[in-house]
Design a protein. Structure first.
Length: 522
């Protein structure tokens, strides 16, 4: 995937630690409805008033944290993609455990290391009653690769769609790709007319049609009567948004929503006592500090990188989350393919950290620049305090998401706070996008903001990404992860967890990837 896991900031209110978990990684957020408002008016008329109306017996209401300004199908922002998945579908979907299953592709098979054969499901229509064709598929893949704000460029880079006869087509890759099915599950299919557009009416083939939005409050959908699959249990669907953590608890207690995500830890006992069903899942996301290791930067010196690692007590982040997080030893979560269980947790030794800084520095305090996204001030202040204690003079900048994203390639900061979400459940995308030497022409290292470069690792990353033997690939990934950690690429901090709450009268099981599909709720 790419840094659609560089998660966009949302103050989730699970304490600042879980707030960090939606700084997303998963970058590159498309234009909002600032361009699309006129389109929406033309398509729908003005947004419906009174959308928070009395609840219908056949209506499902879902509470999210952040109101999305777009339903852009190439975005990996959690809120955007959750809503987009109600409307759009991929060729291959994944179940709640990320196992590939048929969706718009009825069947598939690999006929060579670089060629896969697919059969498009027949008699599928878009919400405007146009039939789905292979041309729509090809256009969707081209847009995913070329749209300037696409979060999934790296996933589809080098893929080409080759129509054959009828509903048969092939996907050809430049190199063998054992994760092709997982990658194409991220590509949502839209009408071919949208290939060159950045704003358009949300029209897909999914179980729900988009009806209207009330800015900052709600999105409304209804079941698509001509949907090719099983009709969803709930005909009417509404998403409501609660940026304040107290409001998410109140919305559940007051029956304003049936399901809510990112429930604050302090609300768990009250909701349990009120007979709500609670689920806690790993978020597939690790939050970490990334060093700028380029020449003439402070952290080009590995001794100072080691000092920062020793100065931060990861258990503090877990405590702030009331236990709904775990200390991270590496850059992917424990449930991600490539996680290396043999990598030990880093020790916390602030005294030794101070000694290391004094060995290097002839100054009283070493000035360094730290960059965070706005909304992470509490985390920033804790890190600032720790680093100042050992001999640094941190200068913190809190940027808008757009400025943070646009500054990734400038190399202006010495230390940046990132989050990486492994949407396809594999460490491969982290290695290829964040660790590999940056090469814009080849599409590698596009989010390697600190100038990290190791030609030996580059070769191992490229070689392992083409290995179809899963046992060999796992061993290779674990070896690469160990080298990345020991070379002090950055400082892994914590793996966040997500708390879900649902009305006990409905059947809801959260997905590992964090997205909510209303059609799966009964």
């Amino acid at each position: 995937m790419n840094w659609g896991r560089l998660l966009k900031n949302s103050v989730l209110g699970v304490s600042y630690v879980l707030a960090l978990s939606v700084v997303a990684a998963y970058l590159f957020f498309p234009e909002g409805f600032s361009q699309g408002k006129e389109m929406l008016k033309a398509f729908l008329g003005s947004p419906q008033e009174g959308v928070v109306a009395e609840k219908s017996l056949k209506e499902l209401r879902i509470g999210l944290v952040q109101y999305p300004d777009t339903l852009e199908p190439t975005s990996l922002d959690e809120s955007v993609r959750t809503l987009a998945l109600q409307v759009y579908e991929p060729l291959v979907k994944t179940n709640r455990y990320l196992k590939p299953e048929p969706a718009l592709a009825l069947s598939w098979g690999r006929i060579s290391p670089t060629v896969w054969r697919f059969e498009l499901r027949p008699n599928v229509i878009f919400h405007d009653n146009r039939p789905l064709t292979v041309d729509d598929v090809a256009a969707s893949f081209r847009r995913a690769a070329n749209y300037k704000n696409s979060d999934i460029k790296s996933m589809v880079r080098g893929m080409s769609i080759e129509p054959k006869s009828g509903n048969i087509f092939q996907i050809r890759t430049e190199k063998p790709d054992p994760l092709l099915l997982q990658k194409i599950s991220m590509v949502l299919i839209l009408p071919k007319e949208y290939e060159q557009k950045s704003s358009f009416a949300p029209i897909g083939t999914g179980a729900y049609r988009f009806l209207a939005t009330k800015p900052q409050i709600s999105f409304i959908f209804d079941a698509f009567s001509s949907y090719w699959g099983s009709a969803p249990t709930y005909h009417n669907l509404m998403f409501l948004f609660y940026s304040r953590r107290d409001d998410r608890e109140k919305a559940l207690i007051n029956s304003d929503v049936d399901v809510a995500t990112h429930v604050p830890p302090e609300s768990v006992q009250k909701l349990t006592d009120a007979s709500f069903d609670l689920n806690v899942l790993p978020s597939l996301e690790v939050n970490f500090l990334a060093f700028n290791v380029q020449d003439k930067h402070v952290f080009h010196d590995p001794t100072l990188r080691r000092a920062v690692q020793l100065a931060l007590d990861k258990k503090t982040f877990v405590d702030f989350a009331l236990g709904y997080a775990t200390a991270a030893s590496q850059y992917v979560g424990s449930g991600v393919f490539g996680f290396n269980p043999k990598i030990p947790d880093a020790v916390y030794d602030i005294k030794q950290a101070s000694i290391l800084v004094k060995r290097v520095s002839s100054f009283d305090l070493i000035p360094i620049k730290l960059t965070f996204v706005k909304g992470l001030e509490t985390a920033g202040e804790y890190i600032k305090t720790q680093l100042r204690t050992i001999g640094f003079d941190p200068q913190l900048s809190y940027l808008s998401w757009e400025d943070f994203r646009d500054g990734l390639s400038s190399g202006g900061s010495d230390l940046s706070f990132f989050g990486w979400k492994s949407d396809i459940g594999s460490a491969s995308d982290f290695f290829m996008n964040a660790v590999h030497t940056r090469n814009t022409e080849q599409g590698t290292g596009l989010f390697n903001a600190g100038g990290y470069s190791n030609s030996t690792l580059d070769g191992l990353i490229e070689q392992s990404s083409q290995e179809f033997d899963s046992h060999k690939r796992l061993k290779a990934y674990q070896g690469i992860m160990e080298k990345v950690v020991t070379s002090l690429y950055g400082v892994p901090l914590f793996e966040s967890q997500t708390i879900y709450a649902s009305n006990s009268k409905i059947k809801f099981q959260p997905r590992i990837d964090g997205y909510i599909l209303a059609s799966d709720i009964h």
